[in-house]
Design a protein around this ligand. Structure first.
Ligand SMILES: [Zn+2]
Length: 391
């Protein structure tokens, strides 16, 4: 039988856990995730789940919880990250680390991205265990460190065998409880131009790094990188995020640095894109003796895509539809996730979680309490459908 109802106490447990996680600030940088990891581990243990910590870096553990399966079937990995972005400079209506409950919503940094998802996934595991449900394969929950900066925890999990035996991945990032099987990728580049300095009154004697880099950025903006339109995702985009160069008005700048954020769709190869940018830089350099340009990758997150007709997407849609009494929307996400560092393993990934993704990284981040219980019921239904447990 499918368990999709939740007791009032279980709804309360999810709410209390979320508020506790928000109060345990885990802002990254620097990435103070330990308290959140410990709290999740402690709670998982109290609910009778197997649990453990893996050290990823000093004071930064991934936290694991496991509901053991009765067979040797593939496992489901429920994935969340324990870090948050900083609260920002704009004042909030409620203290970002209060976990305040007001007007039916829980407020705080991480409410949406993604402590609500973590709390709901853990409560779903506990609720199923409590009902005596034994899955065919393991249910694994991992709270990773570092997603907001470099996906350190996700890389560690991948490189330490943490994905072995995993057949499906469900990431609890905020989707407003829509089903999200795809997101764009990100390729961040740092472009460093070096020229030759000279007196500002005799610019013809120098090589101006600012002007040349500006030219390259213009070329990049006009370049039409090939891609195939994706039914759920916005087209690729490019943004020049920062530029800095020069020392003084009357000096020819011999150095200029810009950073560029390319967002990619499935099918675009980041290695090929990087080569295209390097080729453009080389073309510019060939026209300007004394100019050098280095192109360096600072972040490389491939797009994630599970086809909409893949059995995992179908199963999640059906399960969530059953739990909610209405079919969920299927759409893409604008952000990227830990899933980017796992794509090369070929494990299908779906993102499904509580909270409005438009509030992620914003002031006044908050999640409706009503979505918490719905998320728990959604996860329960998904797990039961995927792991065909028996009572
Ligand atoms: Zn997130």
């Amino acid at each position: 039988m499918i368990h999709t109802s939740l007791s009032a106490e279980e709804e309360r447990e999810c709410l209390d856990l979320l508020r506790e996680l928000i109060r345990l600030r885990s802002v990254n940088p620097p990435g103070d995730e330990a308290a959140v990891a410990l709290a999740l581990g402690r709670q998982a243990e109290a609910w009778g789940l197997e649990t453990g910590l893996t050290s990823v870096a000093k004071g930064r553990p991934n936290v694991h919880a496991r509901l053991a399966g009765h067979g040797a079937g593939p496992a489901v990995l429920l994935s969340g990250h324990t870090d948050t972005v900083p609260p920002g400079e704009v004042p909030w209506a409620h203290d970002p680390f209060s976990g305040d409950l007001a007007d039916g919503e829980v407020w705080g940094r991480g409410a949406v991205d993604m402590k609500a998802g973590l709390a709901a996934m853990l409560v779903a595991m506990a609720a199923l265990a409590r009902r005596g449900w034994r899955p065919a394969g393991d249910v694994l929950l991992v709270g990773t460190v570092g997603e907001e900066v470099d996906c350190l925890g996700a890389r560690h999990l991948r490189d330490s065998g943490g994905l072995d035996g995993v057949g499906w991945i469900v990431i609890g990032e905020p989707t407003n409880l829509d089903v999200v099987p795809a997101h764009r990728g990100a390729l961040w580049l740092e472009l460093v131009a070096r020229g030759k300095t000279a007196h500002g009154s005799m610019p013809q004697l120098g090589v101006n790094a600012i002007l040349h880099l500006a030219e390259l950025l213009r070329w990049l903006g006009e370049r039409r990188f090939p891609y195939l339109a994706h039914p759920l995702l916005a087209p690729p985009s490019i943004n020049v995020g920062t530029i800095a160069g020069g020392v003084k008005t009357n000096v020819v700048a011999d150095r200029c640095v810009a950073t560029v954020d390319l967002r990619t769709v499935p099918g675009q190869d980041h290695g090929a894109l990087l080569q295209e940018v390097r080729d453009l830089a080389a073309e510019l350099v060939s026209t300007a003796p004394g100019l050098e340009i280095d192109v360096r990758v600072t972040n490389d997150m491939p797009p994630v895509e599970t086809p909409s007709d893949h059995p995992l997407v179908e199963t999640v849609r059906t399960a969530v539809g059953e739990a909610f009494g209405a079919a969920p929307a299927v759409r893409g996400a604008t952000y990227y996730t830990d899933g980017s560092v796992w794509t090369d393993r070929g494990i299908p990934i779906v993102i499904f979680g509580p909270g409005d993704d438009r509030l992620a990284h914003q002031p006044d981040e908050r999640v409706p309490v009503e979505q918490l219980g719905r998320a728990v019921r959604g996860y329960m239904a998904v797990l039961e459908r995927l792991l065909a447990g028996r009572d």
